[in-house]
Design a protein around this ligand. Structure first.
Ligand SMILES: [Fe+2]
Ligand SMILES: [Fe+2]
Ligand SMILES: [Fe+2]
Length: 411
């Protein structure tokens, strides 16, 4: 194992999580890069109003990237996008609650909590006007601009339609002074070209405030735990699955002789192993019957999508590999890479075994949770057919009761 050295850049980690959240909306707007778009517009507004300190503008950037952490299901994402949801505050509160678990995101959590607050105060918390955090007011406006820009055929050509919609809600929904600032930013053609560009991420990084202290592996663990909950909440059948896989992998890695930092790296990987599942339609995850070829295609893509997202974070390359190999099998029959035994190191094998063990102990739409004997029979069968590592499987089965309670934990 190569470990984790040098620490992680916060903005890069949060851009990766923003891309994971975009998977939830890809069925509605395939080109939506919502977190990055909202972050870019927010920073432009912030530059224009000039009243945020360097630290505040950094928190604004981070909050804008992950402001929709509270949205796990495609149905909910679609209704938010279409302005049809009755209660936009619920996902804001949920996202804020999840992010508050991460010590270095506590300021971000407060901005996320208020990112749909109306300026006139018709909000559950009754905050109104300038009492709503400035960062939240900026994100609210940038958020609606991002969505509107995807509802027209060309945002540059149709910018007056977009700005007219936002202007008509100034004072009631949006801070009128921020709408004014946005009007002058939007008068520049380059703003729209940046926003629609394939290089938007680079444009964002060009104007981003300096990053904070780099994140250690210990800093990454709570945020990966939070995203495990976002992933697992997509379906009632997978609730606590990733947390259970992480708990099993933690114990198994320790028993297999990994040192503390290797165990933490494996745990982070286990929390994030199904990140790409955010892009699998809800009805596929909940389907009681057999899947159609198209539905299988979306399942096969999920470890690949996890890799695509995580490889944008340089220090997470090992996490990205373990995550993307969690459906590979030692005989080369797994997906999506068909990697065989010599490519599957201890980290991959640990996560594969932990994933299978947790899944067999949990109900799926097409079967009840398996009993102990059946789990043991199925797992030993997967060892004899060349799928799973026999020594790791025996470690789990020899201490079955303890591993089952780890697998069943509620995150
Ligand atoms: Fe939102
Ligand atoms: Fe949003
Ligand atoms: Fe998976």
């Amino acid at each position: 194992m190569q470990g984790f050295c040098g620490g992680a850049n916060v903005t890069t980690v949060l851009i990766a999580l923003a891309k994971a959240l975009d998977l939830v909306g890809k069925g509605v707007f395939p080109r939506l890069r919502h977190g990055v778009e909202v972050a870019y517009t927010s920073l432009r507004i912030c530059e224009s109003v000039g009243s945020l300190s360097a630290v505040d503008s950094r928190e604004l950037l981070w909050a804008a990237l992950v402001h929709d952490t509270g949205v796990s299901s495609m149905a909910q994402r679609a209704s938010l996008i279409e302005f049809e949801i009755e209660n936009p505050f619920e996902h804001a509160e949920r996202g804020a609650r999840l992010l508050s678990i991460v010590p270095w995101l506590s300021g971000v959590s407060n901005l996320v909590a208020h990112h749909h607050d109306r300026y006139d105060g018709d909000n559950p918390g009754r905050a109104r006007g300038q009492a709503i955090p400035l960062g939240s007011r900026i994100i609210h406006l940038a958020d609606r601009l991002s969505i509107l820009a995807h509802r027209v055929s060309n945002a540059l050509i149709d910018k007056d339609v977009i700005l007219g919609w936002l202007r008509s809600r100034a004072s009631a929904v949006f801070d009128p002074s921020l709408v004014g600032a946005l009007q002058s930013i939007a008068a520049r053609t380059a703003f729209w070209l940046d926003l629609m560009s394939d290089d938007l991420e680079q444009h964002l990084l060009d104007i981003a405030p300096e990053d904070g202290p780099r994140l250690s592996l210990e800093d990454l663990e709570p945020v990966s735990r939070v995203y495990a909950e976002v992933i697992d909440d997509k379906s009632p059948f997978t609730r606590s699955h990733s947390a259970g896989v992480a708990a099993v992998a933690d114990r198994l890695a320790t028993m297999a002789g990994c040192d503390r930092s290797e165990v933490t790296l494996i745990k982070v990987s286990a929390f994030l192993h199904d990140l790409g599942k955010l892009g699998v339609p809800d009805e596929v995850l909940d389907k009681p019957g057999s899947l159609s070829p198209n539905e299988w295609a979306s399942i096969w893509a999920h470890p690949y999508d996890s890799l695509r997202i995580l490889r944008g974070v340089p220090v997470l390359h090992e996490v990205a590999r373990w995550v993307s190999y969690h459906h590979e099998r030692l005989d080369g029959s797994g997906y999506p890479f068909g990697a065989a035994a010599d490519e599957l190191d201890l980290g991959c094998r640990l996560i594969c075994v932990s994933d299978v063990f947790q899944a067999l102990n949990q109900a799926r739409p097409y079967r009840a949770p398996m009993g102990d004997d059946e789990v043991a029979r199925v797992m030993r069968g997967m060892v004899s057919s060349g799928h799973l590592d026999g020594s790791l499987v025996e470690m789990v089965l020899e201490d079955y009761g303890r591993f089952r309670s780890l697998a069943e934990q509620i995150s």
